[in-house]
Ligand binder design. Sequence first.
Ligand code: GLU
Length: 292
Amino acid sequence: MPYIGRFAPTPSGPLHLGSLVAALGSWLDARAAGGRWLLRIEDIDPPRCPPQAAATIQRQLAAFGLTWDGEICFQHRRDDAYQAALERLAATGRVYPCGCSRKEWQHLGHYPGWCREHPRHPQRPQAWRLRTDLGPNPVVWQDRLFGTQRLDPTTQGDVVVKRKDGLWAYQLAVVVDDAAQGITDVVRGFDLLDNTPWQRQLQQALDYPEPRYLHLPLIRGEDGQKLSKQNLAPPLPLDDATVRPLLHRALALLDQRPPAELHRAPVTTQLAWAVDAWSPRALTPHAYRDLT
Ligand code: GLU
């Protein structure tokens, strides 16, 4: 079986230990399968992405030995592909324009699809939303760690695929690019597990193949919160002396039990061991993994 994996960070800041664990899990899974591993910079939301962050991410991945194949895909250059996909979806009535404001529906918890048949506020700027009611419902798929998943996306609402301000939304961009890059295996953090049903519906509506999915536990810090930029998780270091033990720690957080003597070994040595030993089965199917 051919294998093409990817790491798809949003460059809203530098990578931290939580993102390292996701990147490392995806990289190991690809390399252990003899596959390719692509890098995609998900910079569709320029106001959230400081100009230097994408370059910092590349330096951080390189420092940890996580080499990628081929050209980097930058989503800010992919307008035409997203527009073509939106037009296909609109032609079959899978997406619709909607000018409702969050204030009007937020008491309901999710957007209930008021504009599905007719826009309620045609005079306002319009977002585009996915018709989750057109199925499949529920969406059923296999996660390699969490097993069979069954989720009805109507309970999460008609997600935005293009924003009112004209920016593309993550759900559409990720599906279009996973298909364009021929991604066979999506390995990413557990926080995106419940986005998968929308993505499966979009893939089916666009006749794209279904990738395999492996969602990885999120790393939870001492405050009980997942490590994130919002929580001020420290950026990954670039100097080799600090990188080596941190890579060892990331392997341990993926439950790979790296031998203690590899603690200060060069990243290429640690990674060679880890590719050989890679066993996603060693992971426990919990949403969170506490820092140890
Ligand atoms: N860009 C997303 C993030 O940084 C990840 C997208 C994905 O892996 O599907 O969280």
